[in-house]
Design a protein around this ligand. Structure first.
Ligand SMILES: [Zn+2]
Length: 266
């Protein structure tokens, strides 16, 4: 329906904005303010299994969101913003067989309880645990993840009926999210999109280094954010994350407001 490929800069960017505007200072790659950008530390991760990130257009978390950071690290990753696509191939931009792909599952698993052993499981199209988990994991050629709040991800799920043709990956993470108390809104298993994909990919590819590499970049970003909070930059950072939430407000007004908050930061 509304589809955009990953742009180098924010597509909603106001060309007439004040160059001093905090948004204008955002990194062109991760779109985060310089205070939390970790692009200089990104080491490409050569993943074998393709990842398709579909981000809800209203996903607001530009400071602590991880989808773009994930996409920047993975060598095989497609990042799209939109609400619906007619098929997996259309979303991916190349031919793909949904039978060989899996979607990161939302919500409860019905039927069987998950085994105590293990943290990543493959379910069939109806949400039932498959026999031969090792074999099923190894057979996955691509992974789809919906990025957004819980309700945004649910919307994406229902708007893209073709995901019902794919298998499902469900997580039972043994370690908590690195977000700690930073994240206000609970998301899938409490993990960030980056952490969820890192865990799933590392099990599918049987490569623990993959998860370590992805998580360390995320940890670095959170450390920069926490350092920023300590330095009293919270107000400035909030200003960067808010404009899309108030699209109906006059641009000039919020531009001015944010400039003021930038000025008032020590
Ligand atoms: Zn960056």
């Amino acid at each position: 329906m509304s589809e955009m490929t990953s742009p180098p800069v924010d597509p909603n960017e106001d060309p007439n904005k004040d160059p001093k505007d905090a948004e204008a200072l955002a990194c062109p790659h991760c779109l985060k303010p310089p205070s939390v950008c970790v692009c200089d530390a990104i080491k490409p991760i050569d993943n074998r299994v393709e990842v398709l990130i579909l981000q809800h257009p209203q996903e607001q978390d530009r400071i602590l969101g991880t989808a773009r950071l994930l996409a920047l690290q993975l060598t095989r990753c497609t990042f799209k913003i939109g609400l619906s696509w007619p098929s997996l191939s259309k979303a991916l931009g190349e031919e793909a067989d949904p039978n060989q792909w899996a979607v990161m599952h939302l919500g409860a698993v019905h039927g069987e309880d998950l085994p105590d052993e293990g943290d990543v499981f493959v379910l069939d199209r109806k949400g039932h645990l498959l026999q031969g988990q090792e074999r099923e994991l190894a057979a996955i050629r691509g992974l789809i993840v919906f990025d957004g709040t819980w309700s945004q991800a649910k919307t994406l799920w229902w708007r893209n009926a073709w995901v019902l043709k794919t298998r499902r990956i469900v997580l039972n993470p043994k370690q908590p999210s690195l977000y700690g108390r930073l994240r206000k809104e609970p998301r899938r298993e409490g993990l960030s999109t980056l952490e969820a994909v890192a865990l799933a990919l590392s099990r599918i590819e049987r490569n623990p280094e993959l998860e370590k590499g992805l998580r360390s970049t995320f940890a670095r970003m959170l450390q920069r954010y926490r350092d920023g909070l300590k330095q009293g930059l919270a107000e400035l950072m909030d200003g960067v994350s808010k404009p899309k939430a108030s699209a109906n407000r006059p641009k000039r007004h919020w531009g001015k407001t944010r400039r003021q908050s930038a000025d008032s930061a020590p």
